[in-house]
Design a protein. Sequence first.
Length: 418
Amino acid sequence: MLNNYICALDIGSSKLVAALARTKKGVISDIIFETEISKGIAEGSIVDSVELIGSLSRLLKNLKAKSEIKIKSLYLNVSGQDIATKHAHAIIPLAERGNKVVTLSDLQKVNEQARVLGSSLEEEIIHQIPYSYSIDSKSNISNPLGLYSHKLEVDLYLVCAKVSSLQSFSRVVNQAGYELKDLFLSGISTAYAVLNPGLKTGEAVICDIGSDITEIIFLKDAAVRNIEVLRTGGNAITQAIARELVVPFDLAEDVKRSYASVGDFDAIPQEKEILIKKDKVYKPIKQRLAAQTATSHAREICEKIKHAVEKHIALNEIDNFVVCGRTVLLEGFLEMLEGHMGIPVKLGKVNHPEIAPFINKEDFLSGHKYLAYLTSLGMIYRALHDDDEPQLARLETPAQNPLKKAISRVKEVYQEYF
């Protein structure tokens, strides 16, 4: 890695979050964090590029001042309604007669063929994940390298985004004065941050509830199997409170965080009031009404999540269900989601030994405040381990260096004949 830093930017509808990791010989030595109010973005799409450029510029200016690093390039997340997923299939012959051993070049060839067949002019592939391979006598093989076969088939899972959307994000980053190094899907980045040894086996679901987008990642033995994007999030609760109390959105957000709760709102005395400041005048509102409104719309979010999960897997087959996002901090929300799912629901935590120490030492990330940084931390981890964990990452590309090509070919010949 040429730079001695990795800068990851998480663009959300309510907040921009950046994490900059200083690195030395591939090891993180420090992580600096910065946030900024997000403007010009909604449901993962740019609605005002000028506003977004301004927010991005302020964020990275502050991050530069904190880190004393001249940031030139960054990693970016993508999410929202412009994301699409699909399966692409391809099959190649390995030998005219008989069988031959499957080599890395064969895997790259069949994967590339599937990628080309699954691509379109309107979409850009963000992640390409081998779902399974098949050889002559067997199917659903996770890694056929070193096996003998006459032909090789792949089922490639593609995560795509609209080219126009990515071009807009790239232009915004460039207009702010930076280079866009790479892109990651938000939910997959979050999965990197929270995956731990206990989640790397069996069926796991990572549910990342954002402001207006919820991404659900389905994994089996740490390999991505499906992705579901829901157009709902914590803002739905805030908007409902704003309508019910007839207050601005920002004030409704404060009410939600400070006074609203999810669950048994009947336990709140009918006469109990809270004072909120509107138009320089304090206005009394019924706390039970705020809690009742929050409960109703939180229930809708939980029902949508349950329905989306059940489309892909039976609930009793899930070994681990992990939820992330600041919405889960709303009092009673986690318990309501667990009640709807009928299975244990865990709060996402950073467990990687390379990243966790930097989270634990920062006072402003204490409690559950680290949840806002999970996506950016996941991008840092992915960028740092560019060649690891291929089940979640992009496929390894063929070696371009002539010496590496020669070494790779020697290895293949050895595998084939020995």
